[in-house]
Design a protein around this ligand. Structure first.
Ligand code: NAP
Length: 266
């Protein structure tokens, strides 16, 4: 597998760069980059972030990742800048809601943004990544992609799909110079979580990370060679038990359901 070389300067695309985790990753990644292409929908936020970064060529692609022309614009920028060797599929949306009454548009947006867009962007950029001496695709998943949780049916389905995509593609490219890897944060204090989620997390005493701590863990993951990483010791254990003995988390979450329903929009 293609492990990063010591002292290497990346040529990277980072989606969701204007968000909580994305901006924290950008700040840490920039000093290790020759090129950093920031992707998001809010031009002002991307420009402010770009101004704060030092030490590398920073480019901006502003657009919706669910639209075909945004993917083409990212590929065109990467090509015109001399190629890339790192793609971080970090952009994501989450909508905590009772599934039965969830707006179909919100279900579609979660599947398209969290699963389809990273798949199609990866496909678009694979020729450029494959041309590099060694390259990585890192998909940002979620603990909820390995551990189904009430109120996150669409989000969990999309993130579980992203984990499956990462593993399949990784195996398809095992004899190449492109490594496909998967990094799953646990609950993190960013704008992706609604007030209802924040209140529920407090009530359930769910551990939460800061985006800065997630970005630090991401940088350690980036410089290693593990296929995947889930943040949080308890969460890693819960995910493992969920695979081997799913009845145990099933019962634990069932006990929390009355409390979860107090916060679940319907
Ligand atoms: N925070 C958590 O609790 C948590 C836990 C586990 C995993 N994660 C994952 O971590 C990643 C980053 O999330 P975050 O917490 O940093 O969330 P965030 O602060 O809400 O940031 C999300 C980012 O994704 C971008 N984005 C969303 N939809 C997009 C679209 N259609 N086209 C282009 N960009 C789009 C947003 O851009 P705009 O600013 O233009 O909207 C923003 O930059 C996500 O994949 C998320 O699922 C988060």
């Amino acid at each position: 597998m293609a492990a990063p070389r010591q002292g290497r300067r990346y040529r990277a695309v980072l989606t969701g760069a204007s968000g909580g985790i994305g901006a924290a990753i950008a700040a840490r990644l920039a000093p290790h980059c020759a090129l950093l292409i920031l992707v998001g929908r809010q031009r002002e936020a991307l420009e402010a972030l770009a101004r704060s970064l030092r030490g590398c060529d920073v480019q901006i692609v502003c657009g919706d990742l669910c639209e075909r022309h945004t993917l083409s614009a990212i590929a065109a920028t990467a090509r015109a800048s001399g190629g890339i060797d790192l793609l971080i599929n970090n952009a994501g949306v989450s909508s905590f809601h009772a599934f039965e009454t969830q707006d179909p548009a919100a279900i579609r947006a979660q599947v398209e943004t969290n699963l389809l867009a990273p798949m199609l962007l990866t496909r678009e950029l694979l020729p450029l990544l494959g041309a590099a001496a060694s390259a990585q695709v890192i998909n940002i998943g979620s603990v909820f992609g390995s551990l189904g949780f009430p109120g996150f049916a669409a989000y969990g389905a999309a993130k579980a799909g992203l984990a499956g995509f990462s593993q399949s593609l990784r195996r398809e490219y095992a004899d190449s110079t492109v490594a496909v890897r998967h990094f799953s944060p646990r609950a993190t204090r960013t704008a992706i979580n609604s007030d209802a989620v924040k209140d529920m997390n407090r009530a359930l005493r769910t551990a939460e990370d800061t985006p800065e701590a997630v970005a630090d863990a991401f940088m350690r993951f980036l410089s290693g060679s593990a296929a995947s990483r889930t943040l949080g010791g308890a969460e890693r254990l819960f995910v493992l038990v969920n695979k081997l003995l799913p009845g145990i988390p099933e019962r634990a979450i069932r006990k929390q359901l009355v409390q979860i329903r107090k916060y679940l929009p319907r």
